[in-house]
Design a protein around this ligand. Structure first.
Ligand SMILES: [Zn+2]
Length: 364
């Protein structure tokens, strides 16, 4: 990997590297952008460039070597899902008292600390920030900088206040990255102490071209669908499980059809029955909710006379007939109800029940 492998947002990448070249890199940076836009990938690339033992140049700008021991150790954090799962498992194996006190951190290099949201709430907690504060007092051990990467903007209140303290007086050798899908989630006082860079969406055509190389097993229609579903985020397009998505969408369509044709609920119950709590239930339900949102958005695009915005282009005619009897108000209400299902899931309300309630409440 090198900066040339980073797709899109060339201007932003260039200015970040220019700041590195001039040794004027801000202590705290917010990398904003949708999921899959490359925020984490870019943060790791910058971390490698800051810590590389054999730094070089490409296009006249700082570049990392990718093979020195610092680059290699930092690169081990690239598969964040895997490292996160390992950290969670390690905590599960602790004694109960230790378990409660242990916060999830990913650290494949002693000077680069990655702070993901801590389960089960999936928020960044004050103890995690305290560990950041503690380690920010020590000079880096094996590299030039101490780097902290918060992978999400969902901070518990106390954690946000603790972070603010670090941002007020960051040590010279510390660099903090905050990755945010929605920087609005961060306290204004935090935002004002950071420099924000927003990774924008890539054009659909560019994503399709990228997929041609990276998902050659997909046919052009599948690539087109994936590019549209990704919302301009390349990582999301590449990582998309199309088959899983299409299955979830089938259930989403069944639920919406059931809601729009009241009376027979057997199809609805058959669809929601498979969404049980526990195990992979959460992921499956998330997929379903995501599919419901994307179908609702497309229905909205169709009734607003903007068919070019439709993402599920392979089922346009089905979407048209689904959308024809409904109003804006109905779709807005459906989206709001979905939000309630999501917050219910966070509180662990039985999934299949809240899904049924959702569909039944949408009956016209
Ligand atoms: Zn290196």
């Amino acid at each position: 990997m090198a900066f040339a492998d980073f797709h899109g947002n060339h201007e932003i990448v260039r200015s970040l590297r220019e700041m590195l070249a001039r040794d004027r890199f801000p202590h705290a940076v917010i990398l904003a952008g949708p999921q899959g836009a490359g925020k984490y990938t870019l943060a790791l690339m910058l971390a490698q460039t800051m810590e590389c033992l054999q730094p070089r140049e490409s296009d006249g700008l700082p570049e990392y070597c990718g093979v020195c021991s610092n680059c290699e150790r930092i690169a081990q954090a690239a598969d964040l899902d895997a490292r996160f799962a390992e950290a969670v498992e390690a905590r599960e194996n602790l004694r109960d008292t230790d378990k409660r006190e242990t916060r999830i951190l990913v650290q494949t290099h002693p000077d680069v600390m990655i702070v993901p949201p801590d389960p089960p709430q999936m928020m960044i907690k004050v103890d995690q920030v305290r560990q950041v504060i503690q380690s920010s007092h020590f000079k880096p051990a094996d590299a030039r900088k101490r780097i902290f990467i918060f992978t999400d903007a969902a901070f518990m209140k106390e954690a946000a206040n603790a972070l603010l303290k670090v941002l007020e007086e960051p040590p010279d050798f510390a660099n903090i990255f905050l990755l945010a899908k929605n920087p609005g989630e961060l306290l204004p006082t935090i935002r004002s102490r950071c420099v924000t860079f927003t990774l924008g969406q890539l054009p659909t055509v560019e994503i399709e071209q990228y997929l041609e190389r990276h998902r050659p097993e997909w046919n052009p229609r599948q690539r087109q669908l994936a590019a549209r579903l990704s919302g301009g985020a390349i990582g999301r397009a590449r990582g998309l499980d199309l088959e899983q998505y299409i299955n979830a969408r089938k259930d989403a369509l069944a639920m919406l059809n059931a809601a729009l044709q009241p009376g027979d609920h057997s199809i609805l119950f058959r669809a929601t029955e498979t969404y049980k709590a526990g195990g992979d239930g959460k992921e499956k339900t998330d997929q379903l909710l995501g599919a419901l949102y994307s179908v609702l958005k497309d229905m909205m695009a169709l009734i607003s006379g903007a068919p070019e915005l439709v993402r599920n282009i392979d089922i346009t005619s089905e979407l048209k007939s689904l959308a024809s009897p409904v109003s804006f108000a109905w779709i807005a209400q459906a989206a709001q109800q979905l939000g309630q299902v999501q917050s219910g899931m966070r509180r662990n309300v039985l999934r299949s029940l809240s899904l049924d309630a959702f569909a039944l409440s949408m009956e016209t």
